[in-house]
Ligand binder design. Structure first.
Ligand code: ZN
Length: 405
């Protein structure tokens, strides 16, 4: 009973503090590398189920993290509104400790009916589908566990505009590789019991604000990582108030929920850079996986703003020449670290910045918590007092170029 109570309190805290947040985002780089992102939907029953699931994994990982070298926990998600009532969320978990663990969990929730939907609620002729799927699985995975095949369950599935995707455990299909196995079934080959709204794609064109910069005078580039989040709006408001710009290195899987913020960034003269799709530690990824992390964010930003980023900031500041060779994007690090997430205090943030800032500095801050928001007004005021002009990272690179020639 006591254990249950503690769990309930943790769950309430998690959901309670995220009322206005559209994505819960926990990014830590301390004992281990942790990037946990999951959506907060318009339905609390669904939210409770999602946060309880994530919280359990997070707590279990935290309890064990110190036993390993370079442990990593990454939880990323997909979110899709199939129509005005049905929401489809998937959570994929990767854990690296002494071994690699991959898990998937999916939720399809009908807000009107107030219940989670199963495949029976969605596909009309499940028997026919079941036959086809088993045939496909057996063809592809000949060593598959026969017990598993005869009782295949369809607990894990997602739906988008094109496919019904089914997920299976690699263990049960007797695969050595630990990656989750999935099958895409085209929707036009199925009879569905639900309606799916088709998305309309609109092209967006934004006027990007022009600035007058004297490139003989001191310049500095503020950069914000790990957003967008509910704090991004506040950061944009402060930048606007001072008439300055920054560069936002966004995590792709959150962008859909902060479309207005992303559009504002460009309209108000700031720049958007790419900070991967789900904030994994990149050195662990294959070429294809890395490209996927980069390209999905490129596409997400383009879809929302019409703009395609040209800059990339590696997660946890870690990368190799090999990774660099996989993309045309410019890798951008920083020379001034505000350590905002660590010191959590305006005075210390100011100290960290002003002890190292110089002409052409790139300052690292974060827009996924409010420490940077609280300090930003003073940071900008002081930098202005010291004669700095604010530029985006791309503008900084241009200025460096002009100065060299
Ligand atoms: Zn980051």
């Amino acid at each position: 009973m006591k254990k249950f109570l503690i769990l309930m309190i943790i769950i309430t805290l998690l959901t309670g503090c995220s009322q206005e947040e559209k994505v819960v985002s926990i990014i830590e780089d301390d004992k281990s590398m942790i990037a946990v992102n999951y959506p907060v939907t318009s339905n609390n029953v669904l939210n409770d189920a999602i946060s309880a699931y994530v919280n359990k994994i997070y707590q279990e990982f935290k309890a064990k993290e110190s036993n390993y070298q370079k442990p990593e926990l990454n939880i990323s998600y997909t979110y899709k509104e199939l129509n005005k009532n049905i929401i489809c969320v998937s959570l994929s978990t990767e854990i690296y400790t002494d071994k690699e663990v991959n898990k998937i969990k999916t939720f399809t929730f009908d807000k009107k009916a107030g219940k989670f939907l199963t495949m029976e609620d969605i596909v009309e002729d499940l028997d026919a589908l079941d036959y086809d799927i088993k045939k496909l699985l057996l063809e592809k995975y000949r060593e598959a566990d026969m017990d598993f095949l005869s009782n295949v369950n369809y607990d894990y599935f997602t739906i988008d505009n094109e496919n019904l995707t089914l997920y299976f455990s690699p263990v049960e299909l007797k695969q050595k590789n630990s990656e989750i196995i999935y099958l895409d079934i085209p929707l036009n080959s199925l009879k569905l019991l639900i309606d799916i709204d088709k998305e309309k794609d609109e092209d967006i064109y934004l006027d990007i604000k022009k600035k007058n910069i004297d490139y003989n005078e001191k310049v500095v580039a503020l950069t914000f990582d790990d957003g967008p989040s509910k704090y991004t709006k506040g950061i944009l408001d402060i930048l606007k108030k001072h008439g300055v710009c920054a560069t936002f290195f966004v995590v792709g899987n959150k962008t859909e929920f902060y479309q207005t913020e992303l559009q504002r960034m460009l309209k108000e003269g700031s720049e958007i850079g790419n900070h991967s799709y789900s904030h994994k530690w990149l050195n662990r990824l294959s070429e294809a996986e890395f490209k996927n992390e980069v390209n999905k964010t490129q596409e997400a930003v383009k879809k929302i703003t019409g703009y395609t980023p040209t800059l990339f900031r590696p997660t946890y500041g870690g990368y190799s020449d090999k990774l660099k060779s996989y993309t045309d994007l410019k890798f951008i690090l920083w020379d001034v670290d505000s350590e905002d997430w660590k010191v959590k205090n305006t005075k210390k943030i100011l100290n960290n910045i002003f002890k190292t800032v110089k002409d052409e500095s790139i300052i690292l801050m974060h827009d996924n918590h409010d420490y940077a928001t609280k300090a930003l007004d003073e940071v900008i005021t002081k930098l202005k007092e010291e004669g700095y002009q604010f530029v985006t990272v791309s503008e900084l690179l241009e200025i460096q170029n002009l100065r060299e020639n």
